[in-house]
Design a protein around this ligand. Structure first.
Ligand SMILES: NC(=O)c1ccc[n+]([C@@H]2O[C@H](COP(=O)([O-])OP(=O)(O)OC[C@H]3O[C@@H](n4cnc5c(N)ncnc54)[C@H](OP(=O)(O)O)[C@@H]3O)[C@@H](O)[C@H]2O)c1
Length: 250
């Protein structure tokens, strides 16, 4: 199947929250969504990096984005509700969420992991996406074809040695994905899971530091899928898992 070619106005008048928008896949996707007409809400911890993405979006003529700094490891349900209310108050609508934020420390054997480390990984990688979706449901429900995209991980899908709490937290994200897809089956809201696979991203640089970066698929290779899954053409696609740049669900 050929790559999806997005119309220039694919996301015109849509408002999309992108977590992990300060760098890597979230940054690339936020810029691509804005390039295709969306007002994007940029969520991450580093205000400096989010402001750089904000400036890049204005420089390409995208709609003025919003910045929402938040530490997902520390946020409570009340914080997520306040964020949803702020989006509703300031932007009036929410049509989609792309969850790119992820916590990763290091590869390690089980003997070196801790309950504190696992708790943070679980909070950022699994509990926060679920809590954000919950907090935003009223706005997503009001949209005609709201789309939520979770970003998984190869080793959450097929856990192996040394990927530890990170793999477990991403496996939990996949379990949540199935629960949410089932609960939303009869609603206008849809949720799908994208597993990037080996890709030249900042996370990959941490897990495979010595690897030649230029022979890997690049972040931009995933953008057609991320645009497709956010746009109207995928309105009937729900509860599906996509791997890398393939538009054929697994
Ligand atoms: N093999 C695979 O399947 C594979 C390979 C690569 C990536 N991935 C997945 O693809 C996604 C993007 O990867 P990437 O390499 O592009 O990511 P990345 O560059 O490591 O970026 C992580 C993002 O998450 C944000 N973040 C981390 N901790 C946070 C926290 N506590 N609160 C709020 N934001 C937080 C960071 O924001 P700040 O910089 O502002 O802190 C940053 O924007 C991730 O979900 C990753 O697991 C999967």
């Amino acid at each position: 199947m050929t790559a999806f070619i997005a119309a220039p106005d694919l996301l015109k008048n849509r408002t999309i929250l992108v977590t992990g928008a300060s760098q890597g896949l979230g940054r690339s996707a936020a810029i691509a969504y804005a390039r295709h007409g969306a007002t994007v809400i940029l969520l991450g911890r580093s205000v400096r990096k989010l402001e750089q993405v904000y400036d890049e979006i204005l420089a390409i003529g995208g709609p003025q984005p919003a910045i929402f700094p938040m530490d997902l490891a520390a946020a409570s349900d009340a914080d997520f509700s306040a964020m949803a209310q702020a989006i509703g108050y300031q932007l009036g609508r929410l049509d989609g969420i792309l969850h790119c934020a992820a916590a990763f420390e290091t590869l390690a054997p089980q003997a070196l992991e801790s309950v504190e480390g696992w708790s943070k990984l679980f909070k950022v990688n699994a509990a926060a996406p679920a809590a954000i979706n919950r907090a935003c449901t009223n706005y997503l429900e009001a949209s005609d074809h709201a789309s939520v995209i979770l970003v998984g991980e190869t080793h959450g899908h097929e856990p192996v040695a040394y990927w530890g709490g990170f793999a477990v937290s991403k496996a939990a994200l996949e379990a949540y994905f199935k629960v949410q897809a089932d609960e939303w089956a009869e609603t206008p809201m849809r949720i799908n899971l994208l597993i990037p696979g080996p890709i030249n991203s900042p996370q990959r640089a941490k897990t495979h530091p010595g690897e030649a970066k230029d022979i890997l698929p690049q972040l931009d290779d995933l953008l057609p899928n991320l645009l497709y899954l956010m746009g109207q053409e995928s309105a009937d696609i729900r509860g599906k898992v996509f791997h890398g740049s393939s538009r054929v669900p697994a």
